[in-house]
Design a binder for this molecule. Sequence first.
Ligand code: SAM
Length: 275
Amino acid sequence: MTGTLYVVATPIGNLADSSPRSIDVLRSADIIACEDTRTSRTLLAHHGIRARTVALHAHNESEAGEKLLRALREGSNVALVSDAGTPAISDPGALLVAAAHREGLRVIPVPGPNAAIAAYSASGFVAESFQFVGFLSKRKKHSFKELDAPWPVILYEAPHRVLETVAALLEHFGPERELVIAREITKKFEEVARMRLADAPGWLAGPHRQVGEFVLILGPRGKVPAEFAEGERVLGILQQAMPASEAAKLAAKITGVPRKELYASAIARDRQGSK
Ligand code: SAM
């Protein structure tokens, strides 16, 4: 019998975010592969877990991976964790997971905290899809063009670069583009703020605002304002004759403005009208 590779999400700040299942899996694993064994020790000690730990990080992933694969083949269960959040998401682990699949070994995710998803869930963007880009730092400036999407785009950024990145976003996408800044999620100084790009440098200039961990979510490329205005005008007429959902659907068909946005607007009008 071969072992199972469990890909285990761990907290991104608040230790209480460990799921009961993640603790069970860590407790029963034969080996815990950690991005940094010292960092994971805090979490493991918190739950009284004393399993054998090995380091699996960006610089030793292939050789450490080989040893872990051998252990898996011999029947050991291995739990893979990173310093925080979900392994293999802007963190080591994907190479080991890929190798395990190549060998036909069982790979099981143990879902839980992830900074990108947590930030997106609290962003309030209403969209069919979103894009996760991760760290921009190694990208050339011209790749900012790739961020100009009709859906929200999620970035990770280090505190010492956040102001520079926000300034570059402002330069590329202009003052009206929306930005959500989520910092220190689940921690003491947690903040999620939605603003125009024009206001972001000022927001970051606030006390202690450039400290901690950041997720940035660039709002989607807007429709041409005239299109929106037309959508609103048509919606206003239709809404006098039919319910909000139908009016939004029809106005979206006529004007090309996304139905969800028109629906949100129709609901707001309804509320306004009933006051
Ligand atoms: N694997 C992790 C995950 O699932 O989110 C991401 C690891 S990546 C090396 C670390 C980056 O994630 C940080 O630089 C920051 O951009 C983001 N991040 C992690 N924890 C965060 C938190 N508590 N609040 C805001 N951003 C966070």
